[in-house]
Design a protein around this ligand. Structure first.
Ligand SMILES: *Cc1c(COP(=O)(O)O)cnc(C)c1O
Length: 383
């Protein structure tokens, strides 16, 4: 059977060149980077080189890169770690309503400790209006967190404008750039943020490696304590192979970035047109142009996403609702609810995310299967 993976926003396959770069660190180069002998020093050198690669890609200083275990840990450390440094009269946190759960739940985690968390609303495209941030900033606001691009619907956010507002008001600003890093330009100076999160497995690197950019002088309480690794920002023996793989993935992504973004944007738009033409009552979700190159998200009215995803899976197509699926019952997506959709509509969203291996031929097959399965599910609902 044909198999078409269109869930690159969830994770990507490991690039064979990345695996090759990691191999020595899973075999002979097993040293602990904190050890002073030559085994340790070689591991330390590998991490230092990786840190320089990440710093260069983000236009940061190597000392501002903190390696962590994932995008989730990076966002947790940014939100909780920065908030824990807030003086008692500065415990107001603003996060957009469409953040990934690793930001939303990190902010919620702070509430029992005396913090106030407010959600910044989005428009029908899922975009935050910088003025909506400005209006919600209070004298006690300490931290704002808005993602670079949304993982479900692909909408890009005006993070540069939001950063300017935060800086004027002396408020720390975190950007979750997990979905854009390696695909679009992510330049911490151009954005003007203080904290920025990235993850390896979303860019053809290994799972279990991520990083947090921490601008010099940004307050940050470590969440892992023990040894003094990562300049006392994150204790624990480093995932050397994972970090080396992450850096290799970044190097490859930097070379491919512009041409791949262009290719995916063309494929995406071709796919969107084909789906909207082939399927009656299909609606594109999110912004028509200010969206991730590889993201196509639709609502097929009257078609529960879980039924459609099962049918697609049977046809060898891997797509996603973009929402947490628990025990076969689909929780309505908080992102789609934030767009103003009702509960039923929010259970009818299906996400296709294209990647390096995606071809137009694959997408034509998907359009055919979609036409058939959407028709079948709607037909069943009518009888
Ligand atoms: C995947 C993702 C994360 C979490 O990253 P992990 O490395 O899987 O923990 C955070 N934010 C966004 C926007 C993501 O897409």
């Amino acid at each position: 059977m044909r198999s078409v993976y269109l869930d690159h926003a969830a994770t990507t396959p490991l690039d064979p060149l990345v695996r090759r770069a990691m191999e020595p660190y899973l075999k002979t180069e097993f040293g602990n980077p904190s050890s002073l002998h030559c085994w340790g020093r070689r591991a330390r050198m590998a991490i230092d080189a990786a840190r320089e690669t990440l710093a260069a890609a983000l236009n940061a200083d190597p000392a501002e890169i903190c390696f962590v275990s994932s995008g989730t840990e990076s966002c947790n450390l940014a939100v909780i770690g920065c908030a824990l440094k807030a003086p008692p009269n500065r415990r107001h946190i603003l996060v957009s309503a469409v953040e990934h759960h690793c930001v939303l739940h990190a902010a919620e985690w702070l509430i029992p400790f005396g913090y106030t968390v407010e959600h910044i609303p989005v428009d029908g495209y899922g975009q935050v209006d910088p003025d909506a941030v400005r209006e919600r900033i209070r004298d006690d606001t300490w931290l704002v967190s808005v993602m670079h691009a949304n993982n479900e619907i692909g909408t890009l956010q005006p993070v540069e404008a939001i950063a300017r507002i935060c800086r004027e008001r002396g408020i720390w600003f975190h950007v979750d750039a997990v979905q854009t890093f390696g695909l679009l330009s992510v330049n911490v100076e151009a954005i003007g943020c203080d904290l920025l999160s990235v993850s390896a497995h979303k860019i053809y690197g290994p799972k279990g490696a991520g990083a947090l950019y921490v601008r010099a002088m940004t307050p940050l309480q470590p969440l892992m304590v023990g040894g003094g690794q990562e300049r006392d920002r994150r204790a624990g023996t480093e995932n050397v192979a994972g970090i080396v793989g992450f850096a290799e993935a970044v190097k490859i992504a930097e070379v491919k970035r512009e041409s791949e973004a262009e290719r995916l944007t063309c494929l995406r738009d071709q796919f969107i047109r084909a789906v909207l033409d082939a399927i009656p009552d299909a609606i594109l979700t999110g912004h028509p142009t200010e969206r991730l190159p590889g993201n196509a998200h639709f609502r097929f009215a009257g078609v529960p996403a879980d039924s459609l995803l099962i049918a697609l899976d049977r046809a060898g197509i891997g797509a996603s609702s973009g929402a947490a699926c628990s025990a076969g019952s689909l929780e309505p997506s908080h992102v789609l609810l934030a767009l103003g959709w009702d509960e039923q509509a929010a259970q009818e969203g299906v996400r296709f995310t294209l990647g390096r291996d995606t071809t137009w031929d694959d997408l034509q097959y998907v359009v055919e299967v979609l036409r058939r399965e959407v028709g079948r599910i709607r037909g069943k609902a009518r009888v």
